[in-house]
Write a protein of this length. Structure first.
Length: 624
């Protein structure tokens, strides 16, 4: 089909893949005798047709070559859970002497929403929006689409399908519950930063007004001061605050380009890093009492009733643990700083059974063809049970002298202390479009000194309600997420190579789940997964899905291959630029903070401008 114009690119993609796979396998066999041995053993095994009747062993032998992270888990689940907890165990050497005591005043809560234009099947006249917004929206629909997201929320969607309202109302309710339990001062309000990533440039201009109008219709928020940031707002912070500060105090004259990593549009890594980093900005320029940040996803809520009943503490009481900010030693005796905190999730459909029900369970079914090559659900279930479901008891880990550190985290339900953020400077590169939460810690893992880590806080659990109100969005995003998963293997594998020559050190730390996307043979794994999944669509009669999968996948995977290939890949170059940018960002905050303490006029003027920008981002529901 290479000579048929509409199939030329797809045919070329497959043909090129065969050559790339052969080359990759040949290279690794030369450099890794153990891999060559596993491949030879697999070849011998499948050459004997009688062996193929033993499906379990056949799967294990295939995984030794393509997906070693899954080997030995099935039928050994409990032992592997125990072993992984032992691997994650920490001995506490020093608890945090000044833990969070007032979460409402000391934690900056953050989240993100993705906005897009209404579907073409819906007339703008049908939308219950003001005429001003409709006029602006007309212009936005005529613009080219700049960014693509898995399942963005269309402007004008019914409130019941808008996770912004859902998540913020859940947080608002949680503050009210905390107040009744004495965990929030009577008239205090929680501060929440919401970043808004858009698909079309014109939506930046209407995002604040749109969400403000819609939230007002539903009664506003009683217990939250909400600040909304679009890309244009982050650009104003760069132009009016960061660039002048870097030039004045650090004599950096080209900082505008260096600060390009600071923003909210684009791949998910960009807004994720912004939502962490803004807490340090807030601490220096706006509210010095802010000592930490905690991110939630808007399809999640704190199930306060179950938290109090089953964990013995409300949501905000979990934040006051002295484990957050403690120091300890890992099983190898290496020092660890627990400057980050991670909780867990429970699905809405499971919470009646128990708060401590893993949201990803061990799979017990026949594998799909592509899962013979890569079956992330298995190590994900192991990691969920071993890390997220650990409970501190009178035995080890007890949560006082011993605890566990986390590598498997979710996009919501995790936070970091501002002090740890400013010293270690973690970030997710802006090219990361999937699992930006898990990629965040990679940037600090090669550090030779004390490691920054997530402390697991047992009982800090949010209820995940995505499937309860956004089934259509999940279905629409299925193909895009599949392809994003393949690209994640390319990016994680290349990113770790860009960070360190000793890849095994990082991979051993983050295995089995996060590490399974760091592959020795990423091109082989991705091409085989892609080919088998495409064949599966067509063999099942899902021709439309199969065609969408192939056409979108070929383009995106080819682009990812180009971005990650070579010793000095474009990915590596981009990472170095962004590391430079984040270092300059935190260096600038440090010198400005010092200047403010000395009542330096230039710094005081910067703070005045910063407060003005932040005030422009405030969402008004009436009187503040």
């Amino acid at each position: 089909m290479a000579d048929i114009p509409e199939w030329k690119d797809i045919s070329g993609f497959y043909s090129n893949g065969i050559n790339l796979v052969h080359k990759e396998i040949e290279t690794i066999c030369k450099n890794d005798p153990n891999f060559a041995k596993c491949l030879k053993n697999l070849s011998k095994w499948v050459s004997n047709k009688d062996n193929l009747c033993n499906q379990e062993e056949t799967i294990e032998k295939i995984w030794t070559v393509f997906f070693p992270e899954a080997t030995g888990i099935r039928k050994n689940e409990q032992k592997r859970i125990k072993d992984l907890r032992k691997k994650r165990a920490l001995t506490i050497t020093e608890l945090n002497a000044v833990p969070i005591t007032n979460p409402v005043q000391q934690i900056l809560f953050t989240s993100n929403t993705l906005l897009t234009i209404p579907p073409t099947t819906k007339s703008l006249k049908e939308l219950h929006l003001s005429s001003h917004l409709k006029n602006k929206l007309i212009h936005a629909t005529r613009e080219p689409q700049l960014f693509w997201y898995d399942h963005p929320t269309p402007v004008g969607v019914e409130p019941g399908e808008n996770e912004v309202f859902y998540g913020l109302r859940g947080l608002d309710t949680a503050v009210e519950v905390e107040r009744t339990h004495g965990n929030a001062p009577a008239n205090s309000k929680l501060t929440c930063v919401l970043s808004v990533s858009v698909t079309h440039r014109g939506l930046q201009d209407i995002a604040k007004k749109y969400l403000e109008e819609e939230l007002k219709k539903t009664g506003g928020l009683k217990n939250i001061n909400l600040y909304l940031f679009t890309e244009s707002d982050t650009q104003q912070i760069i132009n009016d605050i960061l660039v002048p500060a870097a030039k004045h105090y650090l004599e950096c004259n080209n900082s505008k380009e260096i600060f390009n990593m600071f923003g909210v549009d684009g791949q998910y890594g960009r807004h994720y890093s912004f939502l962490k980093a803004i807490s340090a900005f807030w601490h220096v320029y706006i509210q010095p009492e802010i000592r930490a940040t905690f991110k939630i996803d808007l399809d999640q809520v704190f199930p306060e009733k179950q938290l109090i009943k089953e964990s013995g503490a409300s949501a905000f009481e979990h934040f006051t643990t002295p484990l957050w900010g403690a120091h300890g030693l890992d099983i190898n005796g290496h020092p660890v700083e627990l400057g980050m905190i991670a909780g867990a999730l429970v699905n809405k459909s499971d919470i009646d059974n128990s708060l401590f029900t893993p949201d990803v369970k061990f799979p017990n079914r026949i594998l799909h063809p592509d899962e013979y090559i890569f079956f992330s659900m298995l190590p994900q279930a192991l990691s969920t049970e071993a890390e997220m479901m650990t409970r501190y008891t009178t035995k080890k880990p007890d949560g006082k002298k011993t605890c566990i550190q986390r590598f498997h985290v979710t996009g919501g339900t995790n936070g970091i202390l501002v002090d740890s953020l400013r010293r270690h400077r973690p970030f997710t590169p802006s090219f990361i479009g999937r699992a930006e939460d898990q990629a965040y810690i990679f940037s600090v893992l090669p550090n030779a000194n004390k490691k920054l880590a997530y402390v697991h806080k047992d009982g800090l659990i949010m209820r995940h309600d995505k499937e309860a109100f956004a089934q259509e969005a999940i279905h629409r995003s299925h193909i895009g997420k599949l392809i994003g998963d393949y690209i994640r293997t390319f990016y994680f594998s290349a990113y770790v190579k860009a960070l360190t020559e000793n890849i095994d050190n990082i991979k051993n730390l983050v295995d089995p789940f996060t590490g399974c996307f760091i592959s020795r043979i990423p091109t082989t794994v991705v091409y085989l997964r892609f080919g088998l999944k495409a064949a599966s669509f067509f063999s099942a009669g899902k021709n439309e899905e199969g065609f969408e999968f192939i056409t979108n996948g070929v383009q995106r995977i080819a682009t990812a291959l180009n971005f990650t290939s070579g010793e000095n890949s474009k990915l590596k170059q981009q990472y170095k630029k962004e590391r430079l940018g984040w270092n300059l960002y935190y260096d600038t905050l440090t010198v400005v903070e010092r200047a403010l303490q000395e009542n330096d006029c230039f710094a005081l003027e910067l703070r005045k401008k910063a407060k003005k920008i932040i005030e422009q981002c405030f969402i008004h529901f009436g009187e503040k």
